[in-house]
Write a protein that binds this ligand. Sequence first.
Ligand SMILES: [Mg+2]
Length: 165
Amino acid sequence: MILDFIRPKLYAQGISHIDPFALRARGIRGAIVDLDNTLVGFRTLAPLEEDARWVARAKEAGVRVVVLTNNGTPWALEIAKDLDVPCIPNARKPLPAGFRRALQLLQLAAHEAVVIGDQLFTDVLGAKLAGLDVILVDPLVRHDPWNTRPLRWVEQLLLRGVPRA
Ligand SMILES: [Mg+2]
């Protein structure tokens, strides 16, 4: 069914609520992570300490991180540089090409990686088109750019019954 393409398998309140050691225990060796409102709140300048710490913990756990973002500003690259992770900007999610590039960069097969993001129509749909598992997180900041607001209503409807990470 078409809905299966925009429903995530797992949901977490935020990226800092996901245990990278548990991911690694499930055979996950790479995380393809959205930037805006997943790692860094919309219109904030730097990641929260707990979210920056998550990136460090993922590395400790043996889960390599790559940032995959539709954001194409120098800011996106700077944040990734500060976090010491590679970044693919202008990713044009949900198109699957960016996800495939991320897998190449991680040198992993699709079943060894997971996508983490806050939007059904970019992160979740794109991950599924690329054959990847995905964990949906709540957006860090509820103030979205005008063009993503209407979709949030649809997202709430679709999320009923999705288990937590
Ligand atoms: Mg986002």
